[in-house]
Design a protein around this ligand. Structure first.
Ligand code: NAD
Length: 288
């Protein structure tokens, strides 16, 4: 690959992806398009490529890219400005799809499945519960037959600090516990999520380059409870902090997410490597 474009490259997953591309293919020229609305230059230490600080919907280029990874998105799911969310996410992707590119891989989201209580497979009908998820459904619709979607579940790992309240629960609980505070979660901590370490997410994103057009789940394939997360954090941090449980104020709270990986194992050859225990330990090592 000679030329690669990464949108959202100053963000959490995008910057991990940029780092891995530069590690694997040091001669590849990487262009990042990111308007820094949530990302930060601090995620790109030692970056060798070019940065275009524009929103995607304003980006045009006559260059032909061998690969485009479209990760730019408003990622704060509590943003309810529908005009902004749909415009920037969808029109941004439309502009990226108009570029000259060998392969296009884009970030979809498990949020498109909505609130469900069973394992999620790609043929499930989308049921977006917020405008963020709705915008991702439109990306999936636009991409059909033209691009490969990586449908990330709950990604965690180094480089997500800038996301603050939108960062992973693993990050937020770890911060509380590092400051010596008791971790606070909804009663009784048995809600489950498919937490996927960013190194697995990046691997899947690169494997997607060779997959046929379609959308593929990218999770760990195993739902784990918030209680499990806190146990793993206590082990890694060497603490014995007891959990403080409080009432869940949300009537429609996602009780369970788990990626069915049958399709991504087959078509991407994706094999997640990190359990939450291993991922949390590695995360701590990488950021200390
Ligand atoms: N982190 C997760 O758990 C998760 C789960 C599902 C899907 N995703 C998707 O993965 C992608 C990356 O997410 P992330 O966690 O790294 O979030 P992030 O907020 O850290 O990264 C998004 C980046 O895109 C940039 N950006 C936003 N809108 C833009 C626009 N219109 N034009 C140019 N730049 C823009 C931001 O400045 C930021 O650097 C997103 O598309 C997100 O929806 C993430």
């Amino acid at each position: 690959m000679r030329r690669v474009l990464v949108t959202g490259g100053a963000g959490f997953i995008g910057s991990n992806l940029v780092r891995e591309i530069q590690r694997r293919w040091p001669r590849t020229h990487v262009t990042v398009v990111d308007d820094f609305r949530s990302g930060t230059f601090q995620n790109l230490p030692g970056f060798q490529g070019d940065v275009v600080a524009k929103p995607c919907h304003e980006y045009r280029s006559s260059v032909r890219f061998d690969a485009v990874f479209h990760l730019a998105s408003i990622t704060d799911t509590t943003v309810h400005d529908e005009r902004l969310m749909v415009h920037d996410n969808v029109e941004g992707f439309r502009a990226i799809l108009a570029l000259k590119a060998g392969r296009v891989v884009y970030a979809s989201s498990a949020a498109t499945y909505g609130i469900a209580a069973e394992r999620m497979s790609e043929e499930r009908t989308p049921a977006p519960a917020n405008v963020y998820a709705f915008s991702k459904v439109i990306l999936d619709n636009l991409a059909r037959g033209r691009a490969v979607g990586v449908r990330y579940f709950n990604v965690y790992g180094p480089g997500e600090g800038h996301k603050k309240a939108a960062a992973s629960m693993i990050r937020q609980l770890r911060q509380q516990m590092k400051e010596g505070r008791r971790p606070r979660i909804f009663k009784m901590g048995e809600q489950k999520r498919d937490f996927v370490y960013v190194k697995d997410a990046v691997e899947a994103t690169l494997l997607a380059l060779r997959a046929p057009p379609g959308v593929y789940n990218v999770g760990s394939g195993q739902a784990r409870s918030f209680n499990d997360v806190i146990a793993a954090l206590n082990r890694t941090l060497g603490t014995k902090l007891e959990t403080e449980y409080f009432d869940n104020p949300y009537p429609f709270y996602q009780p369970f997410t788990e990626a069915d990986l049958t399709l991504s194992r087959k078509k991407l050859r994706y094999r997640p490597k990190w359990t939450i225990e291993e991922g949390i330990a590695d995360y701590q090592k990488e950021e200390s």
